[in-house]
Design a protein around this ligand. Sequence first.
Ligand code: PLP
Length: 423
Amino acid sequence: MSIVPAAVHDAALANHGRIVDWDRVRADFPLLMREVHGRPLVYLDNANTGQKPLPVIASQDEFYRRQNANVSRAVHALGTEATEAYEAARGKLARFLNVRADELVLCSGTTFAINLVAYSWALPQLKAGDTILVSRMEHHANIVPWQLVAQRTGATIRVAEILPDGSLDLDALYKAMTPDVKLLAVTHVSNVLGTVNPVREICREARRRGIITVVDGSQAAPHLKLDVASIGCDFYAITGHKMCGPTGTGVLWARRELLQAMPPFLGGGEMIREVSFHGTVFNDPPHRFEAGTPNIAGFIGLGAAVDYLEGIGMAHIAAREAELLAHATEALRSIPGLRIFGTAPGKAAVISFLVEGAHAHDLATLLDLEGVAVRSGQHCAHPLLQYFGVAATLRASLAFYNTHDEIERFAAALEKTRRLLVA
Ligand code: PLP
């Protein structure tokens, strides 16, 4: 079967200044055509995981039908093809992020990537008296590894606070960058508030003070045109499943000199050059950090996802999502008692909210019966919800393949369910 991705055709045109046909783009996502509880699905949980377009789905089928072999080991044709396809994916990711391919460690996702930094960089470097600065709006994946490091090294955690609109308090952040601070962990885009942090400026200030920066790009990569080289950070992590790629794929970018100096995190095959019972000579980065058989099909799929996103054009995607966000924000304004968390200027297409008198989980459950998928809960960001003094929120997160009609259906379903719950 030959699958022709509509979006890739259109995108080629769009990138030459034409308009993207978003209906055709949407048609590339088969899952979006299904029904839930007898209603057409309205999928608004994209910050949790993104849906997959036909070329990504096809790449998985193709790999297992024609190429399946392990990478970097076999000299036979299949092994060579699989290795080439896997390394080609690394090359695509490097282009997507605007960094060197040999500075990209392929791993299972942001959680793994940040833990790798914690174990291989921070544990050997930090000691009692050092401080790790972490922003209030981090996902647990960019908090808990630092707590584990702090426990083992005696370092302390300092919190960089936010302002009521959900933006980072930059004055407070820079004041908090005292000489004892050795590492700053900050997200590029908040998964709860949608806040887009000025990471280039933040990393410049950190660098001036000799602070190592770890930027969580999980929610940025699916939505923004990235230029990691120009951000000036030391580590940048992304996760593949939020950017149209398969689950269990992710990337850690690190400055070459840091990677060179870091000891391995996991030991095993692939990460070595020579092993004897007297000792082991480790491979060069990035392979030093890629022990064992990787998610080969997954990365080939992530390469296809990168092609797909670039085919549409990240600038088109960002503009489309800004337009959908403006519509959704306006539509929600008409719901009585609705409060939005996160109103920072230039925010990404994530709306966290509560409706007075209705519990978040109850609303989400009733919305599901209307075919609308939103997330409710703490979004792996307990400290952030503690700041707002709430136990849970609902979160509607948009992607470029959502439609204006879906936003209207979401708002109507929300008002209907609100009326059921708020007598
Ligand atoms: N960081 C942010 C901002 C996220 O939104 C997520 C996923 O929800 C993660 C980290 C963790 O990503 P993963 O579970 O794919 O490792």
